[in-house]
Design a protein around this ligand. Sequence first.
Ligand SMILES: *Cc1c(COP(=O)(O)O)cnc(C)c1O
Length: 405
Amino acid sequence: MKIPFSPPFINEYVIQEVLDSLNSGWITTGPKVSRLEDRMAHWIGVEKALCVNSASAGMQLMLEWFGVGPGDEVIIPAYTYASTATAVLHCGATPVMVDTDPGSFELSIKNVEKVIGPKTKAIIPVDIGGWPCDYDALYQLIHREDLRNLFTPRHPRQQQLGRILIMSDAAHSIGSEYKGRTVGKLADLTVISLHAVKNITSAEGGVILFNLPAPFQNEEAYRTNKIISQNGHSKNVHEKALNDGWRYDIVDLGKKINMTDLGAAIALAQLDQWDEMQRRRIEIFNAYTQELKSVRNIRIPQRLDDIRSGNGHLFMIQLRNSSVEKRDQIISEMKDLGIALNVHFVSLPQFTYFQSLGYMPEDYPNAVQLSNSEISLPIYPQLTDEQVHFLLKSLNFVLSKLELG
Ligand SMILES: *Cc1c(COP(=O)(O)O)cnc(C)c1O
């Protein structure tokens, strides 16, 4: 039996919505991107949502908008995907990586506190696996008087905010909740990914959710960044067609990071099916939990606690009393049985490029330990009961064989 890791959810309904775009003649940024923006903003309860072509591009766009540049620092977890760091590097600023707490995938607020300084302009919490960070604790920290006094603005927008910006890397956490608030309402800015492997996809894509406090105007922040995202054009092709024809102005140094209507069509069709898709995903999460909670040498992920409700984006297990060799062997034996597993993530200081910048694994021992003991199981709505059963049986078999069961 073949079990791929994370195939996209494409049913007849999704195909029809894409065909509708193809037949309409609007394949790039147009009515469907607008619909997706309105729908996201309304669903999440923020004033404005901006669609771009990836979360990576969206994060970079927003850091630049906030005036982050050379000499500035942005605090990020060492345990994340590379683009959390490269968004900062592309601005010319320095990512300051913090280690995790032992055995926890979450951003360590305690370690963030240690590295906040006068150069800190922003913090990027990452909701790993769809599990929201402790946003209240993070905001409490940055509002602390001594830390607010440290804040040294170098740009009008930094001046206006008067404190460190919180921009959530919510690539994993669309639809997750923290204290009854949906992801998107937890940080000043939130960037969701609609990449092919996430809970909702536009093939490639990202959505920026604007939740800036007064005196910022989210509508204005949206408009400014919308224009930048379409090469600085005052109007995109669709707006030109709707209005007075060919004439446009270039009003800013733009980037070409707009989302296509073809992509938005996939996401809109999936959003229509969100409840069913999530119901099935959570069913699988619960089946894994039920079956694996008593296995001695693995630690299973949480999806619910008193204040949080995760979206079940990943099922991340941690091996105990194991080694990186044994972990790799589990992945390889499962592959031989037709099952694709994955690792989320190799921590950033373990990569050549980040080492070349001076980030060293030995400075992030907890993140490295987590990386070396983590395995992610396939979890997506199309998985059948038969596949789930086969996967669990195979995993138990492989764990026993390696004396971990
Ligand atoms: C997928 C992912 C991203 C990047 O999303 P793209 O839309 O592919 O740019 C960023 N951060 C994390 C944690 C991710 O998993």
